[in-house]
Design a protein around this ligand. Structure first.
Ligand code: FAD
Ligand code: DHB
Length: 387
């Protein structure tokens, strides 16, 4: 078969791109390694920038999002057992929306009636500098060949797309952190109206939510942490200890833990985000540590740039947008990299260095007492306008 754009991966990047291309009259085929039920159940991010919500709304994909999301106008920073609110909307002019990434993925799949092949295997890309070809084995075990004008590599950090580019042409920027996040989803009502980012002597904790009956929480742990050492009781008592505050009576509601996992924390960028007719988008090109809640939003911003560039390419033959794709995206990528690194560095005690700890507390006091500093945090957190 033949298509204009071959999309590898049906995560947020691949699915939003498919819908954007459809809106612009461009054909595409989406190939996904996992099954539909797997991608629809994969629990990941939960904070949507207003730009992401607006884009989904303009595509007509946000009816359920608007009904079910939780709109938040601020976040709390908790340190030295004392809570400080950052009024996001007041300072930066935009709210954030709490709505699970897998709910976005479900909505995008349900609204898609074009070609989308799940459970494909042995995906391989070739002829990337002339006439790209994707070969794969379909869910029935039959080998297939897809010829495309362009390939969009939306297959995440461990995908095949970035790995298909000769390493000598890519520059890699990377930072690993000495911590990871243990995440849980629990059948328990949120114990706060807003998200709580907590710095404590025992480590970082985050109280988030998905609905009035489901909470999502994270604990800073070691990168090699063994989940079997974390029975439910230990998770709850550690969350209670890290989220505790001295100025009021506050208690954490608990309940059955529905899902748990440990995620490594990493900063990663490749440049350029293009090789010949292969364009990388989302986690395939960059990873941010989750503290800024940016991964999904950045993936959506990339594919907006790509869809606009492809649209003018097909309309007029002008490749200027495609030629600028990587540099356009990387400007936002590096702003978000800095913010995510900064939030991570400010909120995760490393334990042994009193100098680092004093800097963290100085910075936390500053962002919660200076309107200028709080506004900087807020405008980054709610997200800059989409390209
Ligand atoms: P993905 O969502 O990874 O989608 C890529 C898709 O490609 C997947 O469906 C994958 O199955 C498919 N694929 C892979 N290889 C192939 C192949 N060879 N052929 C075909 N398909 C393939 N961000 C936050 O802001 N907050 C969080 O709490 C948070 N938690 C996270 C937890 C985990 C475990 C992970 C991995 C990420 C988390 N993120 C979080 C980051 C955020 O979820 C990602 O930035 C976002 O999913 C990026 O979207 P994407 O479409 O680029 O990539
Ligand atoms: C969530 C995840 C994040 O990484 C974050 O910074 C805030 C909230 C969440 O899953 O709800």
């Amino acid at each position: 078969t033949r298509t204009q754009v071959g999309i590898i991966g049906a995560g947020p990047a691949g699915l939003v791109l498919a819908h954007l291309l459809r809106q612009r009259g461009i054909d595409c085929v989406v190939l996904e390694r996992q099954s539909r039920s797997y991608v629809e159940a994969r629990i990941r991010a939960g904070v949507l920038e207003h730009g992401t919500v607006d884009l989904l709304t303009s595509l007509g994909l946000a009816d359920r999002l608007h009904r079910e999301r939780m709109v938040h106008h601020g976040i709390e920073l908790l340190f030295e057992r004392s809570a400080h609110r950052i009024p996001l909307t007041e300072l930066a002019g935009h709210e954030i929306s709490i709505y699970g990434q897998h709910e976005v993925v479900k909505d995008l799949i349900a609204a898609w009636d074009g070609p989308l092949h799940f459970s494909v295997s042995s995906v391989a890309l070739s002829s990337l500098d002339s006439a790209p070809v994707v070969s794969y084995v379909d869910s029935s075990g039959v080998p297939q060949v897809l010829r495309c004008d362009v390939i969009a590599g939306c297959d995440g950090f461990h995908g095949v797309s970035r790995a298909s580019i000769p390493p000598s042409v890519l520059r890699v920027y990377q930072r690993d952190y000495p911590h990871a996040w243990l995440g849980i989803l629990a059948q328990a009502p949120p114990s706060s109206e807003e998200l709580i980012y907590a710095h404590s002597s025992r480590g970082f904790a985050l109280h988030s939510m998905r609905s009035p009956t489901v909470t999502r929480m994270y604990l800073q742990v070691r990168p090699d942490e063994d989940l079997s050492l974390w029975p439910d009781e230990r998770i709850w008592s550690e969350l209670r200890a890290r989220l505790d505050r001295s100025e009021s009576t506050w208690s954490l509601a608990d309940g059955p833990i529905l899902e748990r996992s440990v995620a490594a924390m990493r900063s990663f960028v490749v440049s350029p985000m293009r090789y010949g007719r292969l364009f990388l988008a989302g986690d395939a090109a960059h990873i941010v540590p989750p503290t800024g809640a940016k991964g999904l939003n950045l993936a959506v911003a990339d594919v907006k740039v790509l869809a606009d560039a492809l649209s003018s390419f097909y309309a007029t033959g002008d490749s200027a947008g495609l030629d600028a794709y990587s540099s356009t995206c990387l400007q936002r990528v590096w702003r978000v990299q800095h913010f995510s690194w900064w939030m991570t560095s400010m909120l995760h005690p490393t334990g042994d260095d009193p100098f680092d700890l004093a800097l963290q507390l100085a910075q936390l006091r500053y962002v919660t007492s200076s309107r200028a500093a709080a506004t900087s945090l807020a405008e980054n957190y709610v997200g800059f306008p989409f390209p």
